[in-house]
Design a protein. Structure first.
Length: 311
């Protein structure tokens, strides 16, 4: 496919918590990405959608709860909406930055479905909280009507939880490949992709959240990308994080990464899924390299002066 393909997974810190904040923030977010385009890389972007899909879900929940004639919006549709508006903001910001630098490249956002296994054990153990807080009585009533699962959340009320299954197949992969082969910048697997289950003739959306780093790793494998780049809030991965003996890692082998996971070095809600996503990729891609760093340091990290390499 020509130039070296980088699959970049953008962390939530690169996007805002509301549309106005996001539109402003992405103007800065795209600058380091366009720097990489200038260096000759083919760029494919995945991104998170936690605050955004939460906001959409809450809005429909609230409108439904307050008696307005608004239906409860199914969770896959909320994910699709978030992909659309985040992609729109990223597209606009990238197009503007490319124009300023007189780079002739097209940008496309793909509303992306990602297939999961209906027998994934995650479906028996939903853990990802979504939507608003309800009283015990309200949650029991909705659970009865809709079949949702609710859990008590830190004394604040009851929240719906959904599963977080592993990605197994990117439905729109061939379209993504075509765009990349034309040299276009592609925004895809937003929020980990819309989770779907393969049926006889088609796909059916399911209420779940796929980890966006693991979906990006799946994408990097399927595109045979040279590198998976996970951009987050920190410049490097640390062991003994926030302790007197904390240490920044410039690199980790597969064996070292697995040992650190066994030692509990990485927090489940933050660095652990990122390191696991890197392992998904480097263990299955011959010569593949994964990089974890901050958005601001992406260019420097690709030149080897910072970041954490896993290979």
């Amino acid at each position: 496919m020509g130039n070296k393909i980088l699959v970049i997974a953008l962390g939530g810190n690169a996007l805002g918590n509301n549309p106005e904040e996001q539109k402003s923030l992405v103007k800065a977010t795209v600058k380091p990405i366009v720097d990489l385009v200038e260096q000759g890389y083919s760029i494919v972007i995945g991104h998170g959608n936690g605050p955004q899909v939460g906001m959409i879900n809450l809005a429909f929940d609230y409108a439904n709860k307050s008696g307005a004639k608004t239906p409860l919006m199914p969770f896959p549709e909320c994910g699709a909406m978030s992909q659309g508006y985040i992609g729109y903001h990223l597209q606009q910001a990238l197009q503007e930055e490319l124009r300023l630098r007189e780079i002739k490249k097209e940008v496309a956002c793909i509303v992306t479905q990602v297939a999961v296994d209906k027998n994934d054990p995650a479906f028996q153990n939903p853990t990802k909280p979504v939507g608003m807080f309800y009283s015990k009585a309200e949650s029991e009533s909705i659970a009865l009507q809709k079949g949702f699962t609710f859990v008590e959340d830190a004394g604040r009320g009851y929240r719906r939880v959904v599963p977080s299954p592993l990605p197994i197949k990117i439905v729109e992969l061939n379209v993504i490949k075509q765009l990349v082969s034309h040299g276009d910048i592609v925004i895809t697997v937003g929020g980990g992709g819309i989770p779907v289950i393969e049926t006889n003739n088609s796909y059916e959306g399911v209420a779940a959240v796929i980890d966006k780093d693991r979906a990006s790793a799946r994408l990097a494998l399927d595109l045979e990308a040279e590198m998976l780049v996970i951009l987050t809030a920190v410049e490097q991965v640390y062991i003994n994080f926030n302790k007197a003996n904390q240490k920044a890692l410039t690199s980790m082998s597969i064996e070292e990464a697995k040992q650190y996971i066994l030692e509990g070095q990485f927090a489940p809600g933050s660095m652990l899924p990122k390191v696991k996503a890197c392992l998904d990729y480097v263990e299955n891609k011959k010569g593949g390299v994964a990089l974890i760093t901050s958005l601001e340091k992406a260019s420097s990290a690709l030149k080897g002066s910072t970041g954490t390499i896993i290979k």
